[in-house]
Design a protein around this ligand. Structure first.
Ligand SMILES: *[C@@H]1O[C@H](CO)[C@@H](O)[C@H](O)[C@H]1NC(C)=O
Ligand SMILES: *[C@@H]1O[C@H](CO)[C@@H](O)[C@H](O)[C@H]1NC(C)=O
Ligand SMILES: *[C@@H]1O[C@H](CO)[C@@H](O)[C@H](O)[C@H]1NC(C)=O
Ligand SMILES: *[C@@H]1O[C@H](CO)[C@@H](O)[C@H](O)[C@H]1NC(C)=O
Ligand SMILES: *[C@@H]1O[C@H](CO)[C@@H](O)[C@H](O)[C@H]1NC(C)=O
Ligand SMILES: *[C@@H]1O[C@H](CO)[C@@H](O)[C@H](O)[C@H]1NC(C)=O
Length: 414
């Protein structure tokens, strides 16, 4: 991957120059009710004024059982300057997990049994999400809600696959099987109808990090150029638009490119193998803005080591520029909706230059992964949420990327 990148960089610089011409799409604006965020060309707009934001990722907020903790977290986000929160609009368990979930006061919205799921809209279910949205509204924070997860965490695609097509060997059956699509749409419809009149929803997101592969591998059919994910995004964004004329819709994708450039033939982020085609997906009429993610240390373990041509910071700047150019060409807003590096020193030295580039390239939003909260009261601060994401001494879960108020890098939110 790395040897090709320096060549690629000059290629990108040329593209950037070419893209500085007129944006190809029209600068139209969709009329929405007061208080709803919309887009105008490559900018977000709220009640006629440009709207840009620093946001927070917090998948764990709807999992809290203390409404007081939800309130204090949202108050902290507000005082840090957070205007948009991204969280999961899904949370599924299976029938054999139900007894344990009830006993431990776990949040769950869907219970899978045999080939179908039932909804939990009770106090341990969607009422917790209702509460998160209500409190968000009180603190003038808008919410991006994802409908499902490419990964198994909190009940993603693999639960649909296991229950509807048991024994299936490939992850991408999710995107093509009509019964799975119908089941996903039944859930999407439930969520959209529940909140579609609320200006607190910033946007609907089709999927967190959709790829051809997940915990199961990709089949040969979900190959670069197959358009599998593009068709999924098209069908599902059209479906959501048919239910809800006003809210913004986006993919939730990581921003993989399909550049068809031999220089990138072996680079997963650029060769289309992941399934995404960032440029194509942005041309879809009901994909209103672009999202991408950034974890260079995980993706390229050789960065920052002797002989490498890129630092972690430098590769990030390259990735950001590539997305800024593509979004500019499509004349749609761009959100860096997840990013992270490990280590407090790394965060403190690298994040400022990434944020500066986001400002310089007029990103519509920047959302670090992930918001850290101190002083939570829940169960003495030691309740195991799920998948080993514990609250320790009142601190929200830390996967190595959390940013807490006791750290100078917290200024990123401010
Ligand atoms: C379960 O969670 C609810 C909030 O959703 C809370 O009011 C209740 O006290 C919790 N119950 C227990 C036993 O922790
Ligand atoms: C339900 O989930 C549990 C724990 O995550 C797992 O061990 C079990 O195999 C699942 N059962 C079914 C029927 O999917
Ligand atoms: C799951 O389905 C089986 C068979 O239909 C039924 O006996 C069982 O009660 C169901 N479990 C739950 C939790 O709904
Ligand atoms: C760095 O770039 C040089 C010159 O293009 C190349 O020969 C070398 O293999 C690259 N090193 C790494 C680790 O990618
Ligand atoms: C900081 O980044 C470097 C380069 O990726 C990595 O080797 C190092 O482990 C990171 N530091 C911490 C504490 O994670
Ligand atoms: C800040 O709080 C976190 C979470 O409790 C803790 O792990 C960390 O040591 C504290 N201090 C600093 C400087 O990060």
């Amino acid at each position: 991957m790395t040897p090709l990148i320096s060549v690629a960089l000059s290629f990108i610089v040329c593209l950037a120059a070419a893209a500085r011409g007129e944006p190809s799409a029209s600068l139209g604006r969709r009329a929405v009710p007061k208080g709803f965020v919309t887009t105008r060309g490559a900018e977000f707009e709220l009640d006629g004024s440009p709207f840009a934001f620093v946001g927070a990722n917090s998948y764990w907020l709807p999992l809290l059982t203390s409404t007081e903790d939800v309130e204090s977290t949202m108050r902290e986000m507000h005082s840090a300057g957070v205007k948009v929160l991204r969280t999961w609009g899904f949370n599924a368990i299976n029938a054999s997990e139900l007894a344990g979930a009830i006993e431990s006061n776990l949040t769950y919205y869907q219970i899978w049994n045999n080939s179908d799921w039932t909804l939990n809209d009770g106090p341990q279910g969607l009422q917790r999400l209702d509460n998160v949205l209500e409190v968000a509204s009180k603190y003038d924070i808008r919410v991006i809600l994802a409908f499902s997860n490419n990964w198994v965490g909190y009940g993603g695609l693999e639960l649909y696959i296991e229950h509807i097509t048991p024994g299936a060997s490939f992850h991408d059956v999710f995107y093509t099987n009509p019964q799975i699509q119908a089941s996903y749409q039944r859930y999407v419809k439930t969520i959209v109808n529940r909140y579609k009149s609320s200006p607190t929803i910033f946007a609907w997101e089709m999927m967190n990090e959709a790829r051809c592969l997940g915990d199961l591998p990709a089949s040969a059919a979900c190959s670069p150029g197959s358009g599998t994910l593009g068709r999924f995004y098209k069908d599902q964004s059209d479906f959501v638009r048919s239910l809800d004329p006003h809210h913004l819709i986006t993919t939730g994708g990581e921003g993989h490119f399909y550049w068809k450039n031999p220089l990138f033939a072996s680079d997963y982020n650029f060769n289309g193998q992941a399934g995404e085609d960032f440029d194509y997906d942005l041309t879809l009429p009901n994909i209103d803005f672009a999202t991408y993610h950034m974890y260079p240390q995980t993706w390229y373990p050789q960065l920052d080591f002797p002989g490498s041509n890129f630092t972690v910071e430098g590769w990030g700047l390259f990735w950001m520029d590539a997305h800024a150019n593509a979004a500019k060409k499509a004349a749609k807003p761009l959100v860096l909706e997840e990013f992270g590096v490990n280590g407090l020193d790394n965060k403190t030295t690298i994040y400022p230059s990434w944020i500066q580039l986001a400002l310089d390239t007029k990103h519509g939003g920047v959302m670090p992964w992930q918001f850290g909260m101190l002083g939570l009261t829940e169960d003495g601060g030691n309740r195991l949420i799920k998948y080993a994401d514990a609250l320790i001494d009142g601190a929200s879960p830390n996967d190595g990327f959390a940013i807490y108020k006791n750290q100078t890098v917290w200024n990123i939110f401010v």
